[in-house]
Design a protein around this ligand. Structure first.
Ligand code: SF4
Length: 221
């Protein structure tokens, strides 16, 4: 893909540009929030682990049945692993996901009295929980600000010209430099919504895009 001159814009200009973008997108998507369905903190963890390399829609279909069968954390350990694998099969990578869910369930019961810990440090020690999942849990369970860098946030951050990398961690920290802390959670969900509805991976609908004037992909490439 042809690129614009990434280095030409100062941090101050980026801060102003992203502020305008967030304001417009907040207006476009006033109800932007997490799409994964869950009733308990552990269900959110399970849904987030299942969402790796899978759409949220597919995860919600799978968890609709899953969460009726597995009510408590212990339930995930009562069945043979193969049974859990079958129950989450259609989300892909089911062996690895089943193993991570069960191992995490075991650790939570043994070390945390069945509760989800509330710090990045503790969360990222759990199997299958990277910074992305940890930020989902911190934001939605503890209201701790953080930016969840999923595929949509990666794509938008690059197209809008705020980063020049696909590395989620680099993107997360680059965004922290230019987005006010009280907008970190908002940015996550308005970017995801915009990525789904307008700024699609294959065919971005630039002509319908409310933030086109602030987009480097649209104005400079
Ligand atoms: S102008 Fe196009 S590339 Fe830029 S954010 Fe909008 S849809 Fe995406």
């Amino acid at each position: 893909m042809k690129k614009y001159n990434f280095t030409a814009e100062t941090a101050e200009k980026k801060k102003k540009r992203i502020k305008n973008i967030i304001a417009i997108l907040e207006n476009e998507y006033p109800n932007a929030h997490i799409v994964l369905n869950y009733r308990t903190p552990f269900e959110l963890l399970v849904a987030t682990v299942l969402s790796a390399q899978c759409t949220d829609e597919r995860v919600n279909k799978v968890t609709e049945k899953l969460f009726k069968k597995y009510i408590t954390i212990e339930d995930y350990l009562k069945v043979p692993q193969e049974e859990l694998e079958r129950d989450i099969f259609s989300t892909g990578f089911f062996k690895s996901k089943a193993s991570k869910i069960r191992e995490t369930a075991r650790i939570l019961l043994e070390q945390y009295n069945g509760k989800i810990p509330g710090t990045m440090e503790e969360l990222t020690k759990l199997p299958g929980v990277g910074r992305k999942t940890a930020n989902v849990l911190l934001a939605n369970l503890f209201n701790v600000p953080g930016i969840v860098v999923d595929t949509h946030v990666i794509r938008l951050s690059n197209r809008l010209g705020f980063v020049d990398t696909d590395n989620p961690e680099k993107i997360e920290f680059a965004l922290y430099e230019i987005v006010p802390k009280n907008k970190w959670i908002t940015l996550t969900y308005v970017f995801i919504e915009h990525g789904r509805k307008i700024c699609n991976a294959r065919n971005p609908k630039c002509e319908q895009c409310a933030i086109q004037q602030y987009c480097k992909y649209y104005t400079e490439v």
